[in-house]
Design a binder for this molecule. Structure first.
Ligand SMILES: *Cc1c(COP(=O)(O)O)cnc(C)c1O
Length: 387
C-alpha cells in the first residue's frame, strides 16, 4: 500500500485519538527507518523510548523467534521459564524482591497504586489511602493513573475521578502540606517525560525519599520512560542515590514488545496474595524472552556508552542556533528552542529526521545503540532546521 492508501484506511477505521505525522514505516535497521514513501529516516524517538536497540536488531529478533518457536502464551495458571528468569534478572539488578508483570506502563502504575493502598490497609487499616503525585507528571491513561497524572489537560471529560488522589508541587513545603498522615504513597518520575523532559531537583528528591521513609509513605518511582538505560543508569533513581519502595517500568523493557513490570522492594514484597491482582497477558513468554535479551545487554559498558553519547549529542546541540536550553538526563534530551516544538518536528520529518515533542520542548529519545554516523546525520538535520 502507498502512504496515502494507508493513511486513508487508518483515518476511516482507527479511532481518532492520535495526531499522527504524515509518514508510515515498514522496516529499518538500528536508528534508520524505512518509510513506505521509499525514503530513509533517522530515528531520534525509538517509538517513544521503546525500541532500545532500534529496528531489526539481530540478537533481539533471534531471542523472540526462539521463544515463538516454543510457545507464544501459557496463561498465569501455569509456569513459564522466561517469565521467572526475567523476574530474577530484574530483582538481581535492582535489589527488588518480587515482580508483577503486566502489558503497559499505565498498568504497571495501576498495580503500584493498588499495592500501595493494600500495604497501608494491612498495616494501618482503613482511611490511609491517599496517593500524592507531582504537578507536571504523567502516569498513564487508566482512570487511577489518569487521576494521578498532574496535568489538567488530560482530565477533561473523564470525571468523576478516583478518590483520595492529590497533586503537589515539587517542593518540600508543598509535599508536607499535601502528603498528610492519611497518605500511603507518593509517585514520581525522576525525569518527567510527557511533562516536558524535566529532571527533578536532586536535593528535592533526596528530601522526599527521607520524608517518605520517616512517615512510612511508600515512594513509587515511575520508570516507564526513564528506565532501562535511558538516563545512563539502569533506572533513573540511581542518579539520585535514593531507594524507592516500588519501581514501575515498561516502554523499553522488552525492546519493542508490550510489557509492564512493577518491582516490589523489601517493605512491599508480600503485599499481594493470590487473587489480589492479575493480568491475562502479563508475563507473556515472548515479551519476557525479549526483555531478558534487552536486560542482559544493558551492561555497565553499555551504560557508559549511553552517557558518552548523551554528552556528545548535548555538546553539539549546545552550539546550535535557536537552542535556548537543554533539559533531561542522559539520552532523554529536551530542547527548548526559539520556535514551537511541533514546527521543529514537522520540519525535521520533511528532511528525514524523527523527533518527538513534549509540550513546548523538542524531545529526543534515540535508540541506545545509535551509531555516531546516525547521530551526526540527525544532528545536522536538526541544525539546519533550527538555523
Ligand atoms: C508512557 C508513560 C506511561 C504510560 O505507559 P503506557 O504503556 O502508554 O500505558 C506512564 N508513565 C510514564 C512516565 C510514561 O512515560
Amino acid at each position: 500500500m502507498t502512504f496515502e492508501e494507508i493513511a486513508a484506511l487508518d483515518s476511516e477505521y482507527v479511532s481518532h485519538t492520535y495526531g499522527r505525522f504524515p509518514v508510515a514505516f515498514d522496516g529499518g535497521k538500528g536508528a534508520t527507518l524505512h518509510g513506505v514513501d521509499g525514503k530513509e529516516y533517522i530515528d531520534f524517538g525509538a517509538g517513544i523510548a521503546v525500541n532500545i536497540f532500534g529496528a531489526g536488531d539481530a540478537e533481539w529478533k533471534s531471542a523472540v523467534i526462539e521463544q515463538l518457536g516454543k510457545i507464544q502464551h501459557v496463561s498465569n495458571y501455569y509456569y513459564s521459564e522466561p517469565t521467572a528468569r526475567l523476574a530474577e534478572m530484574l530483582c538481581k539488578r535492582t535489589g527488588a524482591k518480587k515482580v508483577f508483570f503486566s502489558n503497559s506502563g499505565g498498568e504497571a502504575n495501576e498495580c503500584a497504586l493498588k499495592a500501595a493502598r493494600k500495604y497501608s490497609y494491612m498495616k494501618y487499616g482503613e482511611g490511609r489511602s491517599k496517593i500524592v503525585s507531582l504537578q507536571g507528571s504523567f502516569h498513564g491513561r487508566t482512570l487511577f493513573t489518569l487521576t494521578a497524572t498532574g496535568q489538567d489537560e488530560f482530565h477533561r471529560y473523564f470525571g468523576p475521578f478516583v478518590q483520595d488522589v492529590a497533586c503537589a508541587a515539587p517542593d518540600m513545603a508543598d509535599i508536607a502540606r499535601v502528603a498528610d498522615s492519611r497518605t500511603c504513597a507518593i509517585i514520581i518520575e525522576c525525569v518527567q517525560g510527557e511533562g516536558g523532559v524535566k529532571a527533578l531537583d536532586g536535593a528535592f528528591v533526596r528530601a522526599l525519599a527521607e520524608y517518605c521513609a520517616t512517615h512510612d509513605i511508600l515512594l513509587i518511582c515511575d520508570e516507564v520512560q526513564t528506565g532501562n538505560g535511558r538516563t545512563g543508569k539502569l533506572y533513573s533513581y540511581e542518579n539520585y542515590h535514593i531507594m524507592p519502595d516500588i519501581v514501575t517500568t515498561a516502554k523499553g523493557l522488552a525492546g519493542g514488545l508490550p510489557i509492564g513490570a512493577c518491582l516490589f522492594f523489601g517493605k512491599t514484597e508480600n503485599v499481594f496474595a493470590a487473587g489480589d491482582h492479575g493480568s491475562t497477558f502479563g508475563g507473556n513468554p515472548v515479551s519476557c524472552a525479549a526483555a531478558c535479551n534487552v536486560l542482559s545487554r544493558i551492561t555497565e559498558e553499555l551504560l557508559l556508552e549511553v552517557q558518552a553519547k548523551a554528552e556528545y549529542m548535548r555538546a553539539k546541540l549546545r552550539g546550535f542556533d535557536g537552542v535556548r536550553a537543554l533539559t533531561g538526563l542522559g539520552l532523554m534530551i529536551g530542547i527548548v528552542t526559539d520556535r514551537p516544538a511541533k514546527e521543529v518536528a514537522s520540519a525535521c520529518l520533511k528532511r528525514g529526521l524523527l523527533v518527538l515533542t513534549a509540550h513546548d520542548v523538542v524531545r529526543l529519545l534515540p535508540p541506545l545503540n545509535i551509531t555516531k554516523t546516525e547521530m551526526d546525520e540527525g544532528l545536522s538535520i536538526l541544525k539546519e532546521v533550527l538555523k
